[in-house]
Design a protein around this ligand. Sequence first.
Ligand SMILES: C[S@@+](CC[C@H](N)C(=O)[O-])C[C@H]1O[C@@H](n2cnc3c(N)ncnc32)[C@H](O)[C@@H]1O
Ligand SMILES: [Zn+2]
Length: 286
Amino acid sequence: MKKKEQMAALVGEYAGMLRCPICGNGMHVEQLKSLVCENSHSFDFAKQGYVNMMTRAVKTQYDRNLFENRRDFILGSGFYKKMHEEVTGILSRLEGGPSVLDAGSGEGSHLDRILDGVDGSVGIGIDIAKEGIMMAAKHYPRSIWFVGDLAKLPLKDGSIGVILNILSPANYAEFNRVLSPDGLVVKVVPESGYLKELRAALYRNTDKETYDNTGTVSLFEENYDMVERVRVTDAVKLDRSALGNLIEMSPLAWNHTSGELDDFIAEEKTVTIDLEILVGRISATS
Ligand SMILES: C[S@@+](CC[C@H](N)C(=O)[O-])C[C@H]1O[C@@H](n2cnc3c(N)ncnc32)[C@H](O)[C@@H]1O
Ligand SMILES: [Zn+2]
């Protein structure tokens, strides 16, 4: 079977969870080629095996170069290893192998690393950036990949057991619609020291030099009962190649020319990872 057909067969097993992003009706896989709804809205499987479920064209700054650097960095530097282990631990303590949606999955390496230690869960990655999803489907065929908007998830109400949301925007109305009543949201947010060496190089003496996640955490707490908060802090030595990946993958460096960061990548250095993992359940009172 070709890659595209393999992925179509996998999606076919889980088609009962899907809904049409145009009309909201149920969907099925036709001839291992397309996802089609009861109203005949049709979305084709691309040759890499993902499906583009966008209903309008969008422009995004997240391009192929950024995702290639993200992939190399995530897989090669070990920078996010502790975060992956913590999230894997949280998921593997859950019973029944819940479905795991990575909302804003990018090129998919976080979801794939995390699922490595989790038995029986299917992964679904959704991102608005086609270049990221294309790479995810190419490298990680055990999961289902959709180009889609967090504001219009192609998923039925209550169909998802766990939503991962890693360094990405959230849409809590949609998250709460697709989450099962006892489901969990696992959101990874930067803490004050995250990439502080890069921030210092780019934004010394400005309000962007440190990161404040208070607003993000408050919004999360308005939507969920906090089950657990885990801080992941470490200082990781990065070689020049990893530092180069870091600059190319980071929206922090978008408005800077490469020359400005020559000093930053001139020799290996220690860079701080400082993240918080917020684990929430839909609040009984909301
Ligand atoms: C900083 S990146 C993080 C990607 C990935 N989670 C990671 O950590 O490598 C933020 C991601 O959110 C995605 N994103 C932003 N707005 C979105 C939306 N409305 N729907 C789906 N994805 C969105 C971007 O395309 C991008 O891939
Ligand atoms: Zn439809």
